[in-house]
Design a protein around this ligand. Sequence first.
Ligand SMILES: [Zn+2]
Ligand SMILES: [Zn+2]
Length: 107
Amino acid sequence: MTLERCSECDEPTGRAGVHDDSLFLETPLDALGPYCLECYESVQEDICGLCGEGGADKVPHPHYWPNEERPTTDIVHALCEQEECRRAHAELTEDQLRAALESIRAR
Ligand SMILES: [Zn+2]
Ligand SMILES: [Zn+2]
């Protein structure tokens, strides 16, 4: 059995190896890893859920436009979110916009 090593710290991950229960980080760009649990958590901490780059430091906002892309992680770049939000907003028809605003208010 081959030992799966963490792509970050090079320690054995203690996992079964490629797929199965290996820890990979799915980003919009790529699948990164495998990682040991420790690195997985620290790497995951700053991967932007929209562009897949590290260094993100903003918690995504709780409300989305109907066609806005949802981040795949719990953190985003403020700029990425702003751009995606603006893009989605600009695409909405007036009816969609009104419905979206009503559903936010109804929560
Ligand atoms: Zn590691
Ligand atoms: Zn980003």
